[in-house]
Ligand binder design. Structure first.
Ligand code: BES
Ligand code: ZN
Length: 628
């Protein structure tokens, strides 16, 4: 089908998908990636060689990308690549030592997908050839943030980092930006002399700081795992195969906080098979990093908001590490199958945390996750509540809230409960082995599940039941509901205290985990008097907490209840953190409380300079929606 025509059909499909009774329309191509322009049925990239200079003054990367291509369709003469805000200077086709300049043109820009780049290749080009593309990025690159020294921990050197997932790799490299294909890569990166470059590749902790760095990534990865950072970065080991890169000012705190990383890695291997990537390091970034963590292979990118001083937020590390199997080794074929990455990883994360810490702590985290899922289900439209919903090119990146994480995790816990932990672990181990370095769809997962578990005689789960999880909204019957005695008790005490039946001093907060405090705060009745909020704030030091998740919970309540005594501290929270999860819901609560939309916009105007452009756009979208 002609591409433009296909896009129109998809747009129509998306409109019809909004009405419930049309969800069954059946010409939906579930294996198709609606977020790329690349014609991967005709050409696929096998290897990428980058030679880039990081220019902090111009805020751009500049240089060459050489793509080693394989032609799958002998009649095809046009390669289509994804780009976004890139300036393409020249394109050459290379084959057996010959270089031919190639005709190329950019297509029309699409709001969220960027701009297709059409490159003509000779009809007799043969099966394999290279494309040499000379280009530079724009300061507007949606993947790259160029931080001035003031926005770093040290305050003296600039720092740049990338965030490619889901569709932003194309804003720093012209390529086929789809998880459906995998590439190996190598890179030369030139930087100002005092700075260090790191990538999602074979970083050498002992590399001399020369301003020219070489990388190799011999394992094939999907494009969203391409990653780079340049800054005043130093390394400290955490264990034999693990370590952390960050600015020197954060190095000691990071080593303390993430001390369990090596143990997590060893445990994960015992559970689900060999770690296929060599080293596992962390990169702790400045506060504007938009996520909690990003599973860039060999080098997870991490928010500094995890540095609580008590290791209470390290489930994010377990999560990013777990992606080394679920996501990086076995990859969702398209973003519609995102639950295979995120749901399976959330399940795996909990399993790691149970052993490294204890079941009680993980049950607390499960209950918090379940509570957030119920809130998400109230807001996410039904057709987006399936684990594998119907997507199209108009779907935004946060199309499911957190549903593919939490509902995905519950689906796997449901299967675990039905088949027993041992059998289910065996299943997952063989799943990772079977699909290693591959990309798979929800349907392939279901087929594999059926062949290995569901088709057993007397199987407690039918394919139909499994498909209810993947294709239907809400939570199926038999959903395992997380339980935690600790949180039940925190909830009961929150209500009793609100009703003046117990004193604050009688509540054993000293023994509470951060998760229990969060649940306590979330369990307070809506009409609680401000004197009580003040008593709680003072008693627990909530407005000045060092724990970013407690702060998040508290300031959502502060904004929802218009507890103005804590507004100054709330603004400190909103300017201190840039991780979307920590701030966007606070802005939203402010904007929705009926009085403070303007204040929310004012605070945002003051703070946005320090935010990542993706986070800023997310918050701005929320404020605009609240205004209309
Ligand atoms: N891969 C995700 C981050 C992501 C998802 C980036 C979708 C872009 C698009 C990462 O592994 C993740 O899930 N991070 C979470 C961690 C949490 C669930 C433990 C986050 O940032 O909050
Ligand atoms: Zn994840």
């Amino acid at each position: 089908m002609h591409r433009k025509f296909a896009l129109i059909v998809i747009t129509l499909l998306s409109l019809s998908a909004c009405s419930n009774d049309e969800v069954e329309v059946d010409n939906y191509d579930s294996a198709r990636d609606y977020f790329t322009f690349a014609n991967t049925d005709q050409f696929v990239t096998e290897h990428l060689a980058l030679d880039l200079t990081a220019d902090f003054d111009a805020e751009e990367l500049r240089g060459f990308a050489m793509l080693t291509m394989r032609r799958l369709d002998g009649a095809a003469t046009e390669v289509i690549l994804d780009t976004r805000d890139l300036t393409i200077t020249s394109v050459a086709v290379l084959q057996s030592g010959n270089s031919l300049s190639a005709d190329f043109r950019s297509g029309e820009a699409h709001d969220s997908l960027g701009t297709p780049l059409f490159i003509s290749v000779p009809s007799d080009i043969g099966e394999q050839f290279d494309l040499m593309i000379e280009y530079n990025t724009s300061p507007k690159s949606t993947a790259l943030q160029w931080l001035p020294p003031e926005l770093t921990a040290g305050g003296k050197h600039p720092l740049m980092f990338s965030q490619s997932q889901a569709v932003h790799a194309r804003s720093w490299v012209p390529l086929q930006d789809t998880p459906a294909i995998r590439i190996t890569y190598e890179a030369t990166v030139r930087t100002p002399e005092s700075l260090l470059a790191v990538m999602s590749a074979n970083n050498d902790p002992l590399t001399p700081r020369t301003g020219e760095y070489h990388f190799d990534m011999p394992q094939p990865i999907p494009s969203y795992l391409l990653a780079i950072s340049v800054g005043n970065l130093y390394f400290a080991p955490l264990g034999e195969d693990t370590g952390v890169y960050t600015e020197p000012e954060l190095l000691d705190a990071s080593v303390y906080e993430f001390a369990d990383t090596q143990a997590m890695l060893e445990l994960a291997e015992k559970m689900y098979g060999p770690y296929e990537w060599g080293r596992y390091d962390l990169l702790v970034l400045p506060p504007s990093f938009p996520y909690g963590g990003m599973e860039n292979p060999r080098l997870s990118f991490i928010t500094p908001s995890l540095l609580a001083g008590d290791r209470s937020l390290v489930s994010v590390i377990a999560h990013e590490l777990a992606h080394s199997w679920s996501g990086n080794l076995v990859t969702n074929a398209t973003w519609r199958d995102g639950w295979l990455n995120e749901g399976m990883t959330s399940y795996f994360e909990s399993r790691l945390m149970e052993v490294i810490y204890d079941v009680k702590r993980v049950d607390e985290e499960r209950v918090l996750m379940y509570r957030e899922l119920l809130l998400d289900l109230e807001e996410v439209p039904e057709h987006m509540q399936a684990l594998a919903p119907r997507l199209d090119d108009t779907t935004s990146e946060d199309f499911q809230g957190g549903i593919h994480y939490s509902k995905g995790q519950l689906f796997l816990e449901y299967l675990e409960k039905a088949f027993g932990r041992e059998a289910f672990d065996e299943f997952l181990t063989s799943y990772f082995k079977e699909f290693a370095f591959g990309t798979i769809t929800t349907e392939q997962f279901l087929d594999y599940l059926e062949a290995n578990l569901l088709s057993q005689e007397g199987s407690p789960v039918t394919r139909e039941q499994a498909e209810q999880w993947t294709y239907q909204p809400g939570l199926p019957e038999g959903t395992p509901i997380p339980q935690s005695e600790n949180l039940d008790s925190a909830e009961a005490l929150a209500i009793a205290w609100a009703e003046e039946k117990v004193d604050l001093a009688e509540i054993p907060f000293a023994e509470y985990s951060p998760q229990a405090k969060i649940h306590f705060i979330n369990s307070l009745p809506a009409d609680l008097a401000f004197e009580k909020l003040a008593e709680l704030d003072e008693g627990l030091g909530l407005s000045e907490t060092q724990n970013a998740e407690i702060g998040r919970t508290w300031f959502i309540q502060v904004a929802t209840r218009r507890y103005t005594d804590a507004y100054e501290h709330m603004e400190v929270h909103l300017s201190r953190f840039g991780r979307g999860r920590l701030i966007a819901p606070v802005y939203r609560a402010l904007a929705m409380n009926g009085e403070d939309l303007e204040l929310a916009s004012e605070i945002f105007a003051r703070a946005r300079g320090a935010y990542h452009p993706l986070t800023a756009a997310w918050i701005e979208g929320g404020l605009n929606r609240a205004a209309n």
